[in-house]
Design a protein around this ligand. Structure first.
Ligand SMILES: C[S@@+](CC[C@H](N)C(=O)[O-])C[C@H]1O[C@@H](n2cnc3c(N)ncnc32)[C@H](O)[C@@H]1O
Length: 305
């Protein structure tokens, strides 16, 4: 039996359907990544010397034996997307795929200082993701309020973190992971921004990971962290960093330079305006905002320095 070729119209229709499927199922990439993080597959490969077969991975993770074929399918997704590499293919005579780490999955190995798993865990958590499922509903409401997050939970992101101990731990671990990763790069590659300043206020600086890295590399900069009282109460003792309990929406203590690391990312537009108005009150020589690996340095007149 010979199959007749589809007409160009039919082909276009089927191509369009395929494109829709691709767009619709794109989340499989993120969900597979989340599974790899939760199952600690990168650790399993790393602990096995950097390369491992499926049965070797299976001995290092929590997996029901009956799910081994399913793990193989997950690894297929994760290698096709380039997240893990295939070092060796099985031969005709049998054998197993040998999997290895890529530069991206190397950043999920928990024993390294560049481990970003906690940050991805927070970003792929159902608390963070579920408001996006209601994005179209958010478009029905008049600006400025509520944000998508507020619509889903009745409070803004930072308040939610303050009221939910379990998510707060996930969130704080995420911030510590991000700080230890990014600050190593900031203090070595962007050191010029710290010259010529004598004090720095890390506004909403959490447990102070960023300030500690700055203080260690630039001892001439007096670093302080401003955060909410319950966060400051958990801050590490005996560091060169001063911890100040306060509310950034009430006031920000005067300082030579301000660091706002990741805060703008989580603030509403109104909250950003309040913070900016506090900062503009004092004679600050620097205003650093970091988020999504971008860094801005403005002088007090708003000009880029
Ligand atoms: C996105 S985290 C950023 C933490 C830190 N800058 C970092 O990058 O690791 C937000 C921080 O804002 C703090 N925060 C929330 N509301 C605050 C407020 N009103 N005043 C001061 N800090 C606040 C939280 O406790 C949390 O530590």
């Amino acid at each position: 039996m010979t199959l007749s070729r589809p007409s160009s119209n039919t082909q276009a229709l089927v191509d369009a359907q395929l494109e829709l499927w691709h767009h619709t199922l794109r989340y499989i990439k993120s969900i597979s990544l989340k599974s790899a993080i939760d199952l600690r597959i990168a650790d399993a490969i790393h602990d096995h010397g950097g390369t491992a077969t499926l049965p070797q991975i299976a001995t290092k993770i929590v997996l029901h034996q009956s799910k081994l074929p399913c793990l193989r399918r997950l690894m297929r997704v994760l290698t096709v997307t380039g997240f893990f590499s295939i070092i060796e293919h099985p031969t005709d005579g049998g054998g197993e795929h040998v999997y290895g780490l890529t530069p991206a999955s190397s950043l999920l190995v928990s024993s390294t200082s560049t481990n970003l798993s906690p940050f991805l865990t927070m970003m792929l958590h159902s608390v963070t993701l579920s408001p996006f499922l209601r994005l179209s509903e958010w478009f029905e409401h008049e600006l400025p309020d509520p944000t998508g997050f507020e619509m889903a939970y009745g409070q803004n992101f930072l308040d939610f973190v303050g009221h939910d101990d379990k998510f707060a731990k996930i969130f704080n671990d995420a911030m510590v992971a991000d700080s230890s990763f990014v600050m190593d790069i900031v203090v070595t590659k962007c050191s010029d921004v710290f010259h010529g300043i004598s004090s720095l206020m890390d506004v909403a600086g959490g447990l102070g990971g960023a300030s500690q890295a700055i203080s260690k590399s630039f001892p001439h900069v007096k670093c302080s962290v401003l955060d909410l009282p319950h966060v400051v109460a958990a801050a590490p003792a005996r560091t060169n960093v001063e911890y100040i309990a306060g509310d950034m929406f009430e006031s920000i203590p005067p300082t030579n330079a301000v660091l706002l690391k990741l805060n703008y990312f989580f603030c509403t537009d109104d909250q950003r305006k309040i913070i900016s108005s506090h900062i503009s009150l004092f004679d600050s020589s620097g205003f650093y905002v970091t988020g999504a690996m971008r860094s801005v340095h403005n002088n007090k007149n708003g000009q880029r320095a």
